[in-house]
Ligand binder design. Sequence first.
Ligand code: HEC
Length: 143
Amino acid sequence: MITNSKPYILTIAILIFLFSIYNYVIYNTEGYVAVGKLSPVAVKGQQIFQSNQCWSCHQLYGLGGYLGPDLTNVYSEDGKGPLYIKAFLNSGVKSMPQFHFSEEEKNALVEYLKQVDETGIYPNYDAKIEATGWVEIIYRNER
Ligand code: HEC
């Protein structure tokens, strides 16, 4: 049986049109944060992070292994920072191996963790959910 397919095509065309508008609005609304690119040095740090299995014990944004702490904000937390990070790499602790990185490699790792830190806070409970469904996150520099 051959049916008239025109209404279907029209319906699909309308849906595609609405979907396009929806996407346009979502991605052009203030609040949508495009993922920033890491600098070349930070990319090197990321590679070192990956090839040395930091992930197997540490998390970023809660994702990773759970033997060690989350490192999302280790760069900017009170009492921590670049020297603190390097100290852990230099000496290791009971449950974290000592790494023998060059100064350049340590700086690259620190730069990676610095740029990760700049992307936000984890966990961030300073968020409000608006009626539209948007989650408005309050960043550190807005407090
Ligand atoms: C075998 C598991 C393991 C691996 C692999 C590992 N770590 Fe750790 N790391 C730990 C543990 C456990 C701690 C917590 C030690 C403590 O506080 O006593 C820690 C602590 C740290 C800290 C201090 C965090 C804080 O908030 O106090 C930093 C920074 C760190 N590690 C970075 C790294 C980096 C970078 C790598 C990869 C080059 C790495 N770790 C690999 C287990 C690991």
